[in-house]
Ligand binder design. Structure first.
Ligand code: AMP
Length: 512
């Protein structure tokens, strides 16, 4: 088990051990050594301290994948600040909400997001300082700060470290408050039950660092493994393949959609440099898993987690996946594996009573990785954490061997390419259009994305609306990835006797 109570302390230990060796690569080029990483983290922490930030303050991170992401996270933790990594694909209004709700006074921004964040901060009544992580001005300021004045590292494991904003069914994102203790427990769970991390490993960030890939920075820094940030700053098949093979012992966290794209790419016929692809964030279909094992060999692992218990509910190691493949055990390949040993996982009925193997119910989790609660949202926290158990909203069954299979997830959540989209949020935007009376948004099966967003809208009497007009409206008000890919204008929505919209019927309308 880890002895540190602050994630930043682990960087001090690793920097001492691996000093001049490379810590971060940008593409194939060394970006910094461990010693340089520590120096830059201390400089940024000292600058944030100079700006008046203190333990427990929030700092927004609006960045596409870039090496500075790692420096920024550790600088926040070094000073006891709470990092608020935000989905880089968000709309200015999403950023504004998260910055205001977290009461962030500073937002660190990478170049591509500067216009969006400047707009979000201009529109905000709060005073938020925007710092561009790529600017010469920041480099100049960092070179002048006095790191000797830095306060000692706080060793309070209960201190929040990461606000993980997830969209809520109310349409407003909720900030799962993850403490240093939660995230260090996540790293320990990884080592104990998923796989060892060695200093010669490379973690390649092809998935968003604001989510799973970023969380995995922590176990890799603890063990002195290098981080590799693709120059494109995103998932790009040929670039990823080339980096995997260039570095060797490469580990990648990927959503199943990324795996599908790799499988379709002829350049991925040979991935000798790959150690493991860890899949998570959405359903991994058995056929995709088998295709990946055939193409890449025994290198596929899977985790099931959620922001509220990061990366840690159940998992399956690459050895377990390979064994199931060799034994033709498609039930195991279609499952999400067994609980991590540091958490308790149960399947319960509506009264919270444990259900026997084979019976479907809600998956609940208890243990050191479970969030402290939702940031400044006691009602949502009380609703989600009951008697110490986290109610995941996912439906599943255990088999007699304790292997969990996800049957469904909370009914209306759409997972498109591994990203969660909550229909209510999209519906709330659609119905603000003056010509739209009602809207119902659902996920429809999509061969590429798993699911894609689709909407049925009912227009006001006499109004005429084209799909293009609705789409344009969504582009103006919603993050692009959340907007429906298909619209159907109907005279009414199917409803039950009490007036509830029948989503299954809406889906059927869109799929036929
Ligand atoms: P997030 O909080 O964004 O990480 O999303 C978490 C949700 O994604 C979970 O509650 C599940 O519904 C889904 N999810 C995560 N991992 C898996 C997995 N391995 N298989 C299927 N669904 C998953």
């Amino acid at each position: 088990m880890s002895l540190a109570n602050n994630i930043a302390s682990t960087l001090y230990r690793t920097a001492e051990q691996f000093a001049e060796q490379p810590a971060i690569y940008h593409g194939e080029a060394v970006y910094v050594s461990w010693q340089q990483l520590l120096e830059r983290v201390e400089q940024l922490a000292a600058l944030l301290q100079q700006l008046g930030l203190a333990e427990g303050d929030c700092v927004g991170l609006a960045m596409t994948n870039c090496p500075a992401y790692i420096e920024t996270l550790y600088a926040c933790w070094r000073l006891g600040l709470i990092a608020v990594p935000m989905n880089a694909k968000g709309h200015a209004s999403d950023f504004q909400y998260m910055l205001e709700h977290s009461r962030s006074r500073v937002c660190l921004v990478s170049d591509a997001l500067l216009p969006t964040i400047n707009k979000a901060c201009d529109d905000s009544a709060r005073d938020i300082t925007v710092l561009s992580v790529n600017s010469d001005e920041l480099s100049r300021q960092l070179s002048q700060v006095d790191t000797a004045s830095l306060l000692p590292v706080s060793q309070n494991a209960e201190l929040p470290a990461w606000l993980f904003y997830t969209s809520g069914t109310t349409g407003r994102p909720k900030g799962a408050t993850l403490t240093h203790g939660n995230l260090l427990a996540m790293a320990d769970a990884f080592f104990q039950d998923l796989e060892e991390v060695e200093s010669g490993d490379h973690l390649i960030h092809a998935a968003p660092m604001s989510h799973g890939s970023g969380l995995y920075i922590i176990p890799h820094i603890i063990k002195g493994a290098c981080q590799v940030v693709p120059v494109s700053g995103k998932f790009n098949g040929p670039e990823l393949v080339s980096l995997i093979n260039h570095f060797g012992n490469s580990r990648v966290f990927a959503a199943p959609t990324m795996l599908q794209r790799l499988l379709e790419d002829p350049a991925t016929d040979s991935l000798p440099g790959l150690k493991t692809i860890i899949l998570g964030g959405g359903p991994l279909y058995v056929q995709d898993c088998i295709n990946a094992l055939r193409k890449f060999g025994p290198k596929i692992a899977q985790i099931y987690g959620q922001g509220e218990t990061p990366m840690t509910i159940t998992g399956m190691t690459r050895q377990a996946v390979q064994q199931a493949y060799e034994q033709n055990d498609s039930a195991y390949l279609g499952s999400v594996g067994s609980p991590f040993s540091s958490v308790e996982v149960a399947v319960v009925d509506e009264q919270g009573k444990p259900l026997p193997a084979g019976t479907a119910g809600e998956i609940v989790v208890r243990g050191p990785t479970v969030m402290q609660g939702y940031w400044e949202n006691p009602p949502a926290t009380a609703d989600t954490i009951r008697d110490g158990w986290l109610y995941t909203g996912d439906i599943g069954t255990f088999d007699v061997n304790g292997v969990l299979t996800l049957k469904d997830r909370s009914k209306d959540l759409i997972i498109s390419g591994g990203t969660n989209i909550y229909p209510r949020e999209v519906e709330e935007i659609l119905i603000t259009h003056p010509d739209i009376k009602e809207a119902c948004v659902v996920g429809v099966t999509d061969p590429e994305w798993g699911e894609s967003v689709a909407a049925v809208v009912v227009t006001e009497a006499g109004a005429e609306l084209s799909s293009d007009e609705i789409d344009q409206f969504c582009i103006e008000h919603l993050a692009r990835f959340k907007r429906p890919k298909r619209y159907l204008v109907a005279s009414e929505l199917p409803k039950n006797a009490t007036g509830k919209v029948l989503k299954a019927k809406v889906k059927a309308m869109l799929e036929h």
